[in-house]
Design a protein around this ligand. Structure first.
Ligand SMILES: [Fe+2]
Ligand SMILES: [Fe+2]
Length: 278
């Protein structure tokens, strides 16, 4: 029986994570794989991973994480912001991998039909720490605590003035596309960052939450008929239920993180057909 599976935060710049990807195989023919962002930073590593997985799974669906969007000094691809994202989309399409810019596919296998919606929504600093009432105050609290996301250095928002302005544009685009789905559509919503704030409540550094999502997507799983939401980014793999909808973090994370849980990373999580208990 084929299934729809999800994984994220492969971070293949780490040799142990790259070996893990080399060993990744579908459980059965016809399996689809969601890759929910943070494949790597270097363009060539991202391309290698998507090519490898696209050669094995019937369908691969990718959304960008913050790491794909970084423009780092050791990456020959020098594009920034939206231009880098477009280049990633073009590369993925060339491999037959579906992106947030493509028509949403429909899963017709067991548990279907369900519209599979890869999203790229980014974040807008609205998951603010206690005591902050705007972005400036949130950032000041983070700087004072010494907890500042590396995105501030490498994730350029060009041509938008700020990352939150880019997020605004992404929310407008994404909301329009989801609103255009036929009434009553059931969906799987996929986004690198969680769509609700709850998963960030356990962060060791609560100041970090401002780089993890937007308050403006808090009701999307209800508004857009989600049977499941798939996300990554936090490196805290688990399932949280909200309004009866499972929000499944499918991240692998860094070797020092997955080694706490076992000798090898856990493989992709099954999303459809829905597991008995998740
Ligand atoms: Fe990550
Ligand atoms: Fe991330």
């Amino acid at each position: 029986m084929s299934g729809l599976y999800g994984i994220s935060d492969l971070h293949v710049g780490f040799p142990d994570n790259r070996s893990f990807v080399e060993g990744l195989r579908p459980a059965s023919e016809g399996d689809w794989l969601i890759v929910a962002g943070d494949v790597a930073e270097r363009f060539s590593d991202i391309e290698w991973t998507l090519r490898t997985l696209a050669g094995r799974f019937a369908t691969v669906i990718w959304v960008p994480g913050n790491h794909e969007l970084w423009t780092t000094k050791d990456d020959p691809v020098r594009l920034r912001g939206e231009a880098r994202y477009q280049q990633l989309v073009d590369m993925a399409r060339g491999l037959g991998v579906l992106t947030p810019e493509d028509p949403y596919p429909v899963w017709d296998g067991d548990g279907g039909p369900v519209t599979i919606a890869p999203l790229f929504v980014l974040y807008d600093y609205t998951f603010r720490p206690d005591g902050a009432s705007n972005k400036e105050e949130a950032l000041k609290i983070a700087h004072d605590a010494g907890v500042v996301c590396t995105d501030e250095i490498y994730l350029h928002p060009d041509p938008y003035p700020t990352r939150d302005a880019w997020c605004d544009a992404r929310i407008a685009y994404t909301e329009r596309r989801l609103t255009e789905l036929p009434a009553g559509s059931r969906t799987v919503l996929i986004n690198h960052w969680p769509l609700i704030r709850e998963p960030t409540r356990v962060l060791w550094y609560p100041e970090f939450a401002q780089w993890c999502g937007s308050e403006r997507t808090a009701d999307w799983h209800v508004r857009f008929g989600a049977v499941s939401v798939v996300y990554g980014h936090l490196h805290i793999p688990r399932t949280i239920w909200s309004d009866g909808v499972p929000h499944v973090e499918v991240s692998v994370g860094y070797p020092r993180e997955w080694r706490r849980r076992g000798e090898t990373p856990r493989g992709p999580r099954r999303i459809l057909p829905a597991p008995e208990e998740s």
